[in-house]
Every structure is written in structure tokens, then in C-alpha cells.
Write a protein that binds this ligand. Structure first.
Ligand code: FAD
Length: 442
């Protein structure tokens, strides 16, 4: 297999329709020769890590951020723009983590939303952040009884993860959710935003950036520094952060088959006839139990960003699994999935003439246990990683990046800072977890 590296000509997305003035920025003509901290990747993970290092460090370190393509052109610019955790995800973790563990996970994601809001307000970012609620809607409610059983048991025991959840009234499901054929629905807190604008505006306030600079090799020098090889030369950095998500195994072979590139699809649907009232919730919609959900983020202008469409392409495994080619779209047969999507599924949209205006692909970093890898790179001294965010980076990264910033500044480990950030143990990377994940995928 060829090296896992971002392809040079990705398709565009709705979120990239207003490119930032720094999208091709190279702060210096030549690649700097040395720096204190190199960060690889300019998505949500890389840029928020840089931001929090500057916020937390007593004296500003010399940071260089290296990006293989244009600024923020990976998954962060291709996703649903949606930060939440589904109720079914929380309930499914009770047997593994216990209700206390799920309390911690839910509180962490809730904290991420607060954290996003604080950065947006502190830095006056114009990225259409909305604090709102989200519906998880099922058109097949065969799993509702088991979900309710787990939920009620935890609720009666007073567990916090059950507190901010609303079950829609069964007799008004379609009316309340606007979704035709809804069989059950739960509402949970969430935030939505324009992630590309969040990242690029934050970066504007920061540092030395080198776009179009793919990193092809990392080696450790005798003095402990990292030698970072690129086609533009070698950068030597005392500390190194991998914010390379789906592509991490391309530089760290120990993550091969542990963080696997997975291709996803999303679209921007625009009604030709405005629809009122405005959809104020975001959604996860599961059409059939056991299938992946679609995620739907109504924009403030009345258009919709919706991602997923798994049922249309999941049977063609090579088209998405272990696939890091976002230079092509799925076939037109697959993209048919989005035709009349809103008219089919949402009450009140029948005459909207809503059409998918743009369909795109993006690459996620999938892990077998579905949690990210966070902490010091196993077996390395001056290297840290935050990657493998599956389909939910917006719900974890803003706080994970804050924690990584602290580890880099202090030279510390996951366990040293986790309590400061309420970070669940399941996020910690370790040799043991890598071994287990690798064994699971063989
Ligand atoms: C279609 C789709 C829909 C999604 N929907 C949602 C959603 O609604 N909510 C949610 O929470 N999450 C969603 N996600 C997942 C979310 O987008 C990711 O978890 C998140 O953006 C990861 O951020 P990141 O910064 O870690 O990775 P990325 O944004 O992918 O950034 C990694 C960067 O590293 C660069 N890079 C990689 N390797 C190298 C190298 N060797 N040298 C230099 N640069 C390199 C890449 O070019 C890239 O810019 C979705 C993802 C996709 C694809």
C-alpha cells in the first residue's frame, strides 16, 4: 500500500466555499530550520493545540505548524459542523464503562461545548456558533426498549448523564421532530458551527504556518530533538505534536490498522422556496436499527448540511474503508441518496424544491474501539498525539487540545493532566491499547 499521506487535489466542500486569506500561507519563504514545538496538521486538533499552548505558556514558544495541503483542508473542513454525543452512544457504553464512566464522558462532551463557546467569545470569532439542542430520531425503534431500560436504571440511580435528555412524546413524534415516520426521538444538548472559520480565524491570531508542506518522515536525533523531513527541507523541533488524524499511521507505523482512514460523504442542501418555521434543532437520524446514522445541521440561512449516507455505499467496502482519497466523490448512484432528501423525510419540506447543491467526501480517522488516541506517543520521549477522532472530533477536540497543550508545556503524560480536564481514561494512548487494537483488526 502506498504511504498514507493527504492527496494533493481534494474535492471542495461547502465549508470551503469562503477560503481564508491565509489558506496558502507560508509565513516564511524557506522552511525554518529549528523550532521549539512543531505541530503537524492544521485541522481543529492542530490549531486549537497551538492556541492553548500560547494561552498556557509563560513565555511564547516558537511554534511551526506544518500542513500538507491548504490550511484546514482535512476532515474539519468536510464534516457536519456538529458537536454532540448521541444518547444511544452513551447508553451503549454503560456495560463497558459503568454509569460513573458514562457520567464522566457526557460531562466531558458538555464541557467541550462550553469550551468552544468560550474560545469563540474570547477571540471574537465569526463562525456561526449556535448553542442548541439536537434530536436523535429513529424510524425503526426496535432498540428503544433496551435503550430505555439502561437509561431508566441510571436515571433512578441519579446518574448525571441522564439529566439533560428529553424523550419526545410518542403521540406527537412527527409534529415535534418534523420527521416523517419518526418512531422515537430523544433530544440532547449540542453546538453547531462553521468549523473551517473557527480554525482559520483562530490561526490568524497565532503563528508560523507552512502550508503545502507534507511531512514524509520523522526521526529522532541523538540530542532527543525530532527531525521532520519535508520536500522543502528538514525542520528540527524539540517537541512534536501529531494532529494528523486519519493520516497518523503514515508517520507513526505503530498506528497502522489502529487509526484507519475512512472516507465519508456529506452534502449541502438548499431549498429554492424558503421553509418556515426554521429547523432549530440538529439531528441524528437512524433509518434502520444497526445502520449508521445521518447527521443533519440546519444552517442559520435555512440551508442544510447533512452527512452520512452510509446505507448507499457501505456494501462497497474499498470505496470507504482504508481509503484516504478525498480527491474524488462517490458515484452518482451513491449521491442519488441525497435527492429529495428533505422532501422525503421532513414534514413541511414537500414544496421546498430543496436540492443538494454540492456533495463532497472527507477522511475520518477510525479506531477499533471508536475512541481517540491522546497523550505521549508510546515509546517516544518528546512527541504527543491527538488523533483518531472517528466521526466525532468536534465533540472532543476543543478540550483534548487544551490537555495536550499542557502535556507539551510540562513534558507530562495523559495521567498527569486528565483530572484537570475531566478526560476519560478511554482516550489515553498506550502501548497496550495499540497492541489490543492491532490484534482486534487482524
Ligand atoms: C464527512 C464527514 C462528516 C463528519 N461529521 C462530523 C460531525 O458532524 N461532528 C463531529 O464531531 N465530527 C464529524 N466528523 C469528524 C471530524 O471532522 C473529525 O473528527 C475532525 O475534523 C478531526 O480533526 P483533526 O484536526 O484531528 O483532523 P483533520 O481536520 O483531518 O486535520 C488533519 C490535518 O493533518 C494534515 N496532515 C496529515 N498528515 C500530514 C502530513 N504527513 N504532513 C502534513 N500534514 C498532514 C491533513 O492535511 C489535515 O489538514 C466528520 C468527518 C467527515 C469526513
Amino acid at each position: 500500500m502506498k504511504q498514507i499521506l493527504p492527496v494533493s487535489n481534494p474535492v471542495t466542500s461547502y465549508w470551503l466555499s469562503q477560503p481564508h486569506k491565509y489558506s496558502n500561507l507560508r509565513s516564511t519563504q524557506d522552511l525554518p530550520k529549528e523550532c521549539d514545538i512543531a505541530i503537524l496538521g492544521s485541522g481543529m486538533a492542530g490549531v486549537t493545540t497551538a492556541y492553548h499552548i500560547f494561552k498556557q505558556a509563560e513565555t511564547a514558544p516558537h511554534i511551526v505548524l506544518l500542513e500538507a495541503r491548504q490550511l484546514c483542508s482535512g476532515a474539519t473542513a468536510r464534516n457536519g459542523g456538529h458537536s454532540k454525543i448521541k444518547l444511544s452512544t452513551l447508553a451503549s457504553q454503560v456495560p463497558k464503562l459503568g454509569s460513573d464512566g458514562v457520567d464522566e464522558l457526557q460531562a466531558f462532551v458538555q464541557g467541550v461545548i462550553a469550551n468552544l463557546k468560550q474560545v469563540v467569545e474570547d477571540e471574537e470569532l465569526d463562525c456561526e456558533l449556535e448553542i442548541r439542542r439536537s434530536f436523535d430520531v429513529q424510524l425503526d425503534n426496535t432498540e428503544l426498549a433496551s435503550l430505555k431500560e439502561i437509561f431508566d436504571k441510571s436515571r433512578k440511580a441519579g446518574h448525571m448523564w441522564t439529566k439533560d435528555v428529553g424523550f419526545a412524546l410518542p403521540q406527537f413524534l412527527e409534529q415535534v421532530t418534523s420527521i416523517r415516520g419518526a418512531q422515537s426521538a430523544e433530544s440532547v444538548p449540542c453546538a453547531s458551527l462553521w468549523p473551517y472559520k473557527f480554525v482559520t480565524q483562530l490561526l490568524e491570531r497565532l503563528l508560523n504556518v507552512q502550508t503545502m508542506t507534507p511531512v514524509t518522515l520523522i526521526s529522532v536525533l541523538p540530542d532527543g530533538r525530532n527531525a521532520i523531513t519535508t520536500p522543502r527541507g528538514v525542520l528540527k523541533a524539540k517537541n512534536l505534536v501529531f494532529a494528523t488524524n486519519a493520516y497518523t499511521a503514515g508517520l507513526l507505523p505503530q498506528f497502522k490498522d489502529v487509526i484507519v482512514p475512512v472516507r465519508g460523504m456529506a452534502t449541502h442542501i438548499v431549498p429554492k422556496v424558503p421553509v418556515h418555521p426554521h429547523l432549530s434543532h440538529t439531528y441524528n437520524i437512524t433509518f434502520r436499527s444497526g445502520q449508521s446514522a445521518d447527521y443533519l445541521n440546519p444552517r442559520p440561512d435555512g440551508s442544510i448540511v447533512v452527512g452520512g449516507g452510509g446505507p448507499a455505499f457501505k456494501s462497497d467496502r474499498p470505496s470507504w474503508f482504508n481509503n484516504f482519497d478525498d480527491s474524488t466523490r462517490f458515484s452518482s448512484e451513491v449521491e442519488q441518496y441525497w435527492e429529495k432528501y428533505m422532501q422525503r423525510n421532513f414534514l413541511g419540506w414537500e414544496d421546498s424544491q430543496a436540492e443538494p447543491e454540492l456533495v463532497w467526501t472527507g477522511i475520518m480517522g477510525a479506531t477499533p474501539d471508536s475512541w481517540p488516541h491522546v497523550g505521549r506517543v508510546p515509546g517516544r520521549e518528546n512527541e504527543w498525539v491527538l488523533a483518531g477522532f472517528n466521526g466525532g472530533g468536534m465533540s472532543f477536540i476543543p478540550t483534548v487540545a487544551k490537555a495536550i497543550a499542557k502535556m507539551v508545556i510540562e513534558g507530562s503524560d495523559f495521567d498527569d493532566v486528565k483530572a484537570d480536564f475531566g478526560m476519560p481514561d478511554i482516550f489515553a494512548t498506550s502501548t497496550e491499547r495499540l497492541r489490543e487494537a492491532f490484534a482486534e483488526t487482524q
